[in-house]
Ligand binder design. Structure first.
Ligand code: HAM
Length: 460
């Protein structure tokens, strides 16, 4: 660097676009949510797993699919000095299947039920509910094709969302078939779209040839009318897939979970087979009756269905979570055998944005009722020992040990609305006592250090 360069005015560093710092109270909200979600998952039999942030690029190109937005446009890829192509994990399912295969979990008692949490990275256009680094909580059940696993994942997810305060939840569900029936359906879908080729967006024109199922994912307004008339996968299911789907729906009915069969739901990732679903919290807008009349069918439900919501309203919503079966992912990743599996991923920021969300504090966070104040060299020297006595008695404190004056420490206690102060000065250090001050009444009591923990527990 030249002298001129080094003296040039430096720009103050900021965080990367679409990525946020999570500080203080907000960080507690994340920990509180994760603690509650993990606890619920554990009660249902899920065990924790943590996979690395960086994975090999081919895990997602082979696992999630070359032609998905996620792989095509949204991955943070990097090349290491050694020439490896790595990716900041954009999602959790492929890494978990990788871990299952790598650690020989086939030999464990099946199915293997796992939950995970943490940051994920997608290079998307930042907007409401869409960031480049986001937090997600996921559940996966690997090693079974049984419909009860689908129901367990959906049920556990609904419980987590309800415990977080969410109320107007809607479950959109579909079955996209398996390797027996899907090819026929995909062919019919492509034939239908070919008839509308000139009306399609550029991406869809390509999808007709390369990956017709992705046509149903298209968000371009140009393609929506055509999408509504497209053949549905549920009417093309083979007997096995149909009875699997029916069984999943029966479990949901038995669990009192309302659902909407959504024919256009295929999800944006290529690894899905059979069940796919998404959960939204719907906020409603009034629309003219005529328009509303059309909505239940447009959403894929039949009017009059017991479990299909009907109303004079339309839904405005962002998916809070989504998932499905991925029975063929293992083979795509090189496993000799299929490993049938199902899971879900929840977007924590989106949950926080909902109307119903109620913040939860993590158990470890206690709002301190005492502020520790020290005065003088001897007292400061022994301060950390007294805090340790209180910690052993599970009494959290607030403090500003770096401050010296009584006034500045008392005003910090007042500012933080802490009801009691423990004052430890030179005299108290000699006497092995402290002064406990009621910040409201300003009354004070001298307490022996050996009695302090017991005393603090009795004050209200
Ligand atoms: P996904 O639908 O791509 O599924 O992501 C799961 C959830 O993460 C979404 O429903 C959404 O709430 C949240 N999310 C996704 N992208 C963003 C973003 N850019 N900003 C904020 N939130 C976001 C999966 O990732 C699958 N792995 C789910 C799964 C598990 N399927 C089977 N098992």
């Amino acid at each position: 660097m030249t002298k001129a360069n080094s003296s040039a005015k430096k720009e103050v560093p900021t965080s990367v676009k679409g990525m946020q710092d999570i500080i203080g109270e907000e960080s507690y909200a994340y920990s509180g949510f994760y603690e509650k979600a993990s606890e619920i998952a554990m009660y249902y039999g899920f065990k924790p797993i943590e996979t690395p942030i960086l994975e090999k690029e081919e895990l997602f190109t082979s696992g999630v699919g070359q032609d998905t937005d996620l792989v095509e446009k949204e991955m943070y890829s990097l090349k290491t000095k050694g020439g490896d192509h790595l990716v900041m994990r954009p999602e959790g399912t492929a890494p978990i299947m990788r871990a299952y295969i790598e650690h020989g979990m086939q030999s464990w008692t099946q199915p293997v039920m796992l939950y995970y949490k943490g940051p994920f990275f997608r290079h998307e256009n930042p907007q409401k509910g869409r960031t480049r680094q986001f937090q997600s909580f996921g559940l996966e059940i690997l090693g079974t094709p049984k419909a009860i696993a689908d129901a367990t994942v959906i049920h556990t997810t609904m419980i987590i969302l309800k415990e977080a305060g969410l109320q107007n939840l809607v479950l959109n569900i579909n079955s996209i078939g398996d390797r027996e029936c899907r090819p026929k359906y995909v062919k019919e879908l492509a034939n239908y779209y070919k008839k509308h080729l000139s009306e399609l967006c550029v991406d869809c024109k390509r999808r007709v040839k390369e990956n017709p199922l992705r046509l149903l994912d298209c968000k371009n307004p140009k393609c929506q009318v055509i999408k509504e008339g497209a053949p549905s996968s549920v009417t093309h299911l083979c007997d096995e897939c149909r009875s699997h789907f029916k069984e999943v729906l029966e479990y949901l009915e038995a669990l009192n979970i309302p659902y909407r069969i959504n024919n256009n739901l295929v999800r944006g990732l290529d690894y899905y087979s059979r069940t796919v679903f998404e959960i939204t919290e719907e906020t409603y807008e009034d629309v003219p009756a005529m328009e509303a009349e059309e909505k239940p069918e447009a959403k894929g439900g039949k009017k009059g269905d017991k479990n299909v919501k009907e109303s004079e309203i339309v839904a405005v919503s962002l998916a809070l979570g989504g998932g499905g079966r991925y029975d063929y992912l293992a083979k795509n990743l090189g496993s000799k055998k299929d490993i049938p599996a199902i899971g879900v991923g929840l977007g924590v920021e989106r949950i926080f944005m909902t109307q119903g969300y109620k913040r939860m504090d993590p158990r470890i966070i206690k709002h301190p009722k005492v502020y520790f104040i020290q005065l003088g060299t001897h007292a400061k020297m022994r301060s950390l020992n007294i805090i340790e006595i209180l910690r052993n008695a599970r009494i959290p404190i607030a403090q500003s040990l770096a401050k010296d004056s009584l006034g500045s420490q008392l005003s910090a206690a007042e500012k933080n609305k802490i009801p009691y102060a423990i004052i430890f000065g030179e005299k108290e250090a000699i006497d092995d006592t402290v002064i406990v001050r009621d910040m409201n009444t300003r009354s004070q009591e001298t307490v022996k250090i050996t009695e302090l923990a017991k005393y603090v527990k009795t004050i209200k």
